[in-house]
Design a protein around this ligand. Structure first.
Ligand code: ADP
Ligand code: TRP
Length: 324
């Protein structure tokens, strides 16, 4: 039996470097390892848990599929699909909600953060977010989830739900673990916090041109703190250096310690390295944008394959819960 893998990214816009390094790279690594059976979705239903615009969602749930394909996800090796096409996720989430307390959901740091961000939109859907994510994973009985470190609280909930379902109803859900990459936490370009779509000026898009990347990398704040502590901006710069120009980090660190480092030299070296990795993805994306027939086919076939697995699990759960 192959080990099963499931991951997803919300349809809130184009992917950024944090998504790529924290999630997509892990997705690629497992896809290209024949011991794993990989399923990768666009979490479009999760997108409606915070305010959204209909036309943007319609567009983005397709754009993320194109970003996936451009990054190297391959429909010959992975099932690539849109969550909303597989009703079983939502059905299973409702069953899971019957064994999950409101208090447990309200105490999650991820929930609290969203409440801070959207104080007027604390909906039931938002409270249910982790339950739907648990259903996404467990409907395929997946044991491995390539995501960034910020998703760990959601995986903890998923494991709790799996355990409880198995105890109460005799199901055989695995307790999934996160598959981490070297870039599990990519800092914001502003120094403070993580790179995120919802923070303007914090991210590099996978579609950014060389000039755009240069401008953004040059904007990372490098003013030194009083007291000689390394500032968050400089720390961020070195995190990128570890990921992109690891063989030169020693040299730059030495220069920094001696006080001779020209930040612009380090920044421009990083820019070149980041762009070099993104350029082939951008070329592939251009091709895909003009191949509507192919993208439609991937989306349709992915949904069919995902449904075939998901419907079996849901049938089994209904049976075990006395609903079938
Ligand atoms: P965002 O926070 O930008 O809205 P999402 O929450 O949609 O991004 O995240 C999608 C995936 O990308 C998740 O697996 C998440 O852990 C990962 N991810 C997002 N931002 C980062 C980051 N700064 N560093 C590492 N991984 C990240
Ligand atoms: N919560 C994830 C995020 O914000 C997206 C997601 C939804 C997901 N369902 C999932 C990730 C299932 C992994 C597995 O990025």
């Amino acid at each position: 039996m192959k080990k099963r893998v499931l991951s997803g990214i919300r349809a809130t816009g184009r992917l950024h470097l944090g998504n790529y390094l924290g999630a997509v790279k892990g997705m690629l690594e497992l896809q290209n390892n024949s011991e794993y059976e990989t399923l990768y979705m666009v979490a479009d239903v999760h997108t409606i848990t915070t305010p959204f615009k209909v036309e943007e969602l319609r567009k983005n749930r397709r754009e993320v599929i194109i970003d996936y394909l451009a990054a190297g996800l391959d429909p010959k090796k992975s099932v690539i699909f849109q969550q909303a096409e597989v009703n079983e996720h939502m059905e299973l989430a409702f069953y899971f909600s019957s064994i999950t307390t409101i208090a447990r959901m309200q105490h999650l740091p991820t929930f609290k953060e969203k409440v801070r961000q959207y104080p007027k939109n604390t909906t039931m859907a938002l409270l249910n977010y982790p339950i739907l994510m648990a259903a996404d994973i467990l409907v395929y009985k997946a044991g491995f989830v390539p995501v960034g470190i910020d998703q760990e609280p959601h995986l903890e909930v998923t494991r709790e739900i799996a355990r409880k379902m198995n105890q109460l109803y005799g199901t055989d859900f695995p307790e999934p673990v996160r598959f981490a990459t070297k870039g599990e936490y990519i800092p914001s370009l502003k120094g403070e916090g993580k790179m995120s779509k919802s923070v303007e000026g914090s991210y590099i898009n996978l579609t950014d041109s060389l000039d755009e990347i240069r401008k953004k990398v040059r904007s990372i704040p490098t003013a030194t703190e009083s007291g000689g502590e390394m500032s968050l901006g400089i720390k961020a710069l070195f995190t990128f250096a570890e990921l992109y120009i690891s063989s030169e980090v020693e040299k730059y660190k030495n220069e920094y310690e001696k006080g001779t480092l020209q930040f612009i030299t380090l920044k421009d070296a990083l820019t070149e390295a980041i762009y070099k990795e993104l350029e082939p993805l951008q070329k592939k994306r251009k091709q895909l944008e003009s191949d509507k027939v192919y993208v439609d086919k991937v989306i349709k076939e992915g949904a069919g394959k995902a449904r075939a697995i998901a419907s079996q699990t849901v049938r089994e759960v209904r049976q075990k819960m006395g609903l079938g």
